[in-house]
Design a protein around this ligand. Structure first.
Ligand SMILES: NC(=O)C1=CN([C@@H]2O[C@H](COP(=O)(O)OP(=O)(O)OC[C@H]3O[C@@H](n4cnc5c(N)ncnc54)[C@H](O)[C@@H]3O)[C@@H](O)[C@H]2O)C=CC1
Ligand SMILES: O=C(O)C(=O)COP(=O)(O)O
Length: 524
């Protein structure tokens, strides 16, 4: 039974996809609830309040996936989660409209002093002159970060007769034209706009984007909005610029530390604020909860998630196409690990034909996951495979070749270390299945599944008979058998498959036979 913890007051109605699925138990609570055994939780759903730190991850050894019911993942230690093979998914567009609408409402409220005037009337006052505001019409709005929310804000601003200048280093001229905004440099946005609204994620690059220096480049009387993340606008610098009358006012939905406590900005009359409400609408909360619940339910069905932060994005169609190669790559990783049961320092995957047309980095990660499966104690998957390889000093290479060795595709794995090299080649034949077509330079042809024995031996009369006798004495039935050799009388290999696991003492007996070089048992 998979255990899901939905924290941060996730809208329960949105959890329906998980509640409806057999084999899943959903707990509503928090990571601090005494009644919840964190050790057993497989999936965690959070909003922005729960901080998914390495300390929390230490307390959740079964955790496999974190669902962020929203956009920003700055409350999640992505590097730590990735190291541990934990997938992170978010709900990128479920709260776009709500946040854009909230930003627009904040902008209107800021320009017309609505919160201050409201409080004054409630206080028994009637100060019509004190609260004279400014029109939005004809003003220039500067948007920093024209992603989903920034774009929706731009559309609304244009509908209100504002012109819009945008700074976003990743934005194309075509997209700016479609949205009717003017693509500008950061300096132009600072110097030429009346209101500046930030809509970037909080990253190393965006932290303190508006600071003592850049605020000095803004127009005197500028208004600032932050409905993205606390810290994009330096709070101390902002308070300073408001106090000295350079910035006319600010609307803030977010703070560096939430709740902000006794904060200098809260003491300023021209600062209006909400408690991180951008995404807090019934509609957005239903959207984001449903989106992450669907993702987690898909994950438990062993299908690809659509919006992972630390896995490549893949549509259902692409996933279906890549799936057989993914399986083959993983099995080849296991085969190489078992057949070449030695230390390795380099692993190279070479793809050809139809395999080379796919997301090969995903296949290489699957290969590594298979390779490490029986070698190390840590669970290895596509999320942490590269990290684990690096940590263990294994160089991972990836190549594409035009030579398919007569097949429609091949995946060739070369493992090297201590002066020795082992190579395996496999192919996927449509409507037929995966085949291993070469092992350590020997041509062979077998289906990689079940219980296998890989035997290296000398090509001498009687060897196969002796192996058959030991198996017969143990009443072990051979399902399939393939042999390969490079030249008569030289080294040769056998790959045998069985319907059930093999007794250890029988494998030991086989090892002691004359002309047997090595024997490796492989379970796929
Ligand atoms: N107040 C609230 O409740 C909410 C806040 N947010 C915040 O808003 C942010 C934006 O959300 P979306 O628009 O959905 O994300 P998005 O990913 O669609 O847009 C972000 C944009 O920022 C741009 N960008 C990145 N680095 C930049 C830089 N250094 N300078 C200028 N532009 C840069 C990107 O190119 C992208 O276009 C989220 O990361 C989140 O932190 C999101 C939802 C609700
Ligand atoms: O989606 C986001 O990035 C948000 O900031 C919304 O945060 P929340 O889920 O309301 O705590």
């Amino acid at each position: 039974m998979f255990q899901v913890l939905a924290a941060d007051s996730i809208k329960e109605e949105g959890l329906q996809p998980l509640l409806e699925q057999d084999g899943i138990q959903v707990h509503i609570g928090s990571v601090d609830s005494a009644s919840i055994d964190l050790q057993k939780i497989d999936a965690l759903i959070v909003r922005s309040a729960t901080k998914v730190t390495s300390e929390l991850l230490d307390r959740m050894p079964s955790l496999k996936i974190v669902g962020r019911a929203g956009v920003g993942v700055d409350n999640i230690d992505i590097a730590e989660a990735t190291k541990r093979g934990i997938i992170i998914v978010n709900a990128p567009d479920g709260n776009t409209i709500s946040t854009a609408e909230h930003t627009f409402a904040m902008m209107s409220a800021l320009m017309r002093n609505i919160p201050q005037a409201h409080a004054s009337v409630k206080n028994g006052e009637w100060k019509r002159n004190k609260y004279i505001g400014n029109e939005l019409y004809g003003k220039t709005l500067g948007i920093v970060g024209l992603g989903r929310i920034g774009s929706e804000l731009a559309k609304r601003a244009r509908a209100f007769g504002m012109s819009v200048k945008v700074y976003d280093p990743f934005l194309t001229m075509e997209r700016a034209e479609v949205l009717g905004v003017q693509l500008s440099s950061f300096d132009e946005v600072l110097a030429e706009t009346d209101i500046i609204s930030v809509h970037t994620p909080l990253t190393k690059e965006t932290k303190g984007l508006l600071n003592e220096k850049t605020l000095s480049q803004t127009k005197k009387g500028v208004y600032l909005l932050n409905c993205a993340r606390g810290g994009i606008i330096d709070e101390i610098a902002l308070a300073h610029y408001i106090e000295k009358g350079h910035v006319a006012g600010a609307a803030l939905d977010v703070f560096e530390v939430e709740p902000p406590g006794d904060h200098p900005l809260l003491k300023l009359d021209s600062v209006i604020t909400t408690p991180h409400l951008g995404a807090s609408t019934k509609e957005a909360q239903l959207n984001v909860a449903t989106q992450v619940a669907r993702e987690i339910s898909t994950f438990f069905e062993n299908k690809p998630v659509a919006n992972s932060i630390n896995l490549p994005a893949m549509s259902k169609e692409i996933y279906e196409k890549i799936q057989p190669y993914h399986q083959l790559a993983k099995e080849m990783g296991k085969i190489v690990s078992e057949c070449h049961n030695k230390g390795i320092s380099e692993l190279t995957a070479t793809y050809s034909g139809t395999a080379a047309e796919l997301e090969t980095s995903f296949l290489t990660k699957a290969l590594l996951a298979g390779f490490f499966e029986n070698r190390i104690d840590v669970k290895v998957n596509e999320v942490n495979a590269i990290h684990i390889a690096k940590e263990r000093g294994i160089m991972v290479g990836e190549k594409v070749t035009g030579n398919s060795f007569g097949y429609a595709n091949t995946i060739t794995v070369k493992a090297s270390g201590d002066g020795e090299t082992f190579t395996a080649r496999g192919t996927y034949i449509e409507h037929y299945g995966p085949r291993i077509v070469s092992l350590d330079g020997f041509n062979i042809d077998f289906h990689p599944s079940g219980n296998l024995l890989y035997i290296q031996h000398m090509d001498r009369p009687g060897v196969i008979g002796h192996v058959g006798k030991v198996l017969g004495d143990h009443e072990v039935n051979i399902a399939t058998m393939q042999v390969g050799r490079k030249e008569a009388g030289g080294e040769a290999i056998m790959v045998l498959s069985f319907d059930r696991p093999l007794p250890d003492e029988m494998v030991d007996k086989l090892k002691s036979l004359q002309d047997i070089v090595t024997i490796n048992s492989i379970i796929l």
